[in-house]
Ligand binder design. Structure first.
Ligand SMILES: Nc1ncnc2c1ncn2[C@@H]1O[C@H](COP(=O)(O)OP(=O)(O)O)[C@@H](O)[C@H]1O
Ligand SMILES: [Mg+2]
Length: 256
């Protein structure tokens, strides 16, 4: 009898607005799932490479740029950070990749093509997208099973979300008909601020049950942890940030 290999679920963290918690969420959802015994591959496709830096990696020769544009084997670009967590580092070289990629054949599918052969080694592949909707983000969406949209409960946060939803629909209509909106994650939530509460309700109203029940509270440890080059569970296991990301991980596992 042929046993079908179980392949990783691929989740892209995307929002073209910066500072909404994409990197923080990819890092800490990855770490939270790893603590629950899941095998995680983080992929940093943001030229700013914040995810890479926040886990203490020096960007070496082998990174996502080599993977996408130099035909480097995926195994050569993967680094182990902690138990159950590997990463393919990002690099500033990616800043020019939008232009370089624009002339490549099958340019939206390069990431998927490059990583297909290692999907069976992981439970989740989490992709941290840049704050733009260019070809790098399209590569992530073309490859992903799901997209998670982190949204900070701040003024103007809903601005441009329609554009992102349109892009997701375009990808669903063309290169990836199976792409799902996996969830909208409210971040940097401060229940003491009336405006924050109102905005969270607007978001929940708009996205309905697609919104995660867990709201990630504004928590100083979440801002500090990257400077210590640690995920939130290793930095401060009992802080609100750790509790909230743990709770999102539980929701994710329930949904899947
Ligand atoms: N819930 C939170 N509470 C406090 N600070 C946060 C929270 N989420 C993210 N941050 C901090 O806010 C900044 C932007 O978050 P980041 O995850 O880098 O956003 P993005 O990747 O969307 O640009 C970072 O300095 C990060 O450490
Ligand atoms: Mg980021």
């Amino acid at each position: 009898m042929e046993v079908k290999e179980k392949l990783a679920k691929v989740i892209a963290f995307s929002n073209h607005k910066g500072g909404v918690g994409k990197t923080c969420s990819a890092c800490n959802i990855g770490a939270g799932l790893a603590r629950k015994g899941k095998k995680i591959l983080l992929v940093d496709i943001d030229p700013q490479a914040n995810l890479t830096a926040s886990l203490g990696l020096n960007v070496g020769e082998s990174n996502v740029y080599q993977l996408l544009l130099k035909n480097c084997a995926p195994e050569q670009t993967i680094y182990n950070v902690y138990e159950n967590i590997d990463i393919i580092p990002g690099t500033l070289d990616l800043a020019g990749a939008e232009i370089e990629l624009s002339v490549e054949i099958g340019r939206e599918k390069l990431l998927g093509k490059a990583l297909k052969s290692i999907l069976h080694k992981y439970d989740y592949v989490l992709i941290d997208c840049p704050p733009s909707l260019g070809i790098l983000t399209t590569n992530a969406l073309a490859f992903a099973d799901e997209v998670i949209i982190p949204l900070s409960a701040e003024p103007l946060s809903m601005q441009g979300v329609e554009k992102l939803v349109q892009i997701i629909e375009k990808v669903q209509d063309s290169v990836n008909t199976d792409l799902k909106l996996g969830g909208v994650l409210i971040t940097r939530f401060d229940g003491r601020k009336i405006l924050n509460k109102e905005l969270a309700e607007v978001i929940e109203d708009f996205f309905k049950e697609t919104t995660f029940k867990t709201r990630i509270r504004d928590n100083v440890s979440l801002a500090e942890a990257p400077h210590s080059k640690k995920d939130i569970f290793r930095y401060s296991a009992k802080c609100n940030g750790a509790l909230d990301y743990e709770s999102v991980c539980e929701e994710l596992l329930m949904r899947n």
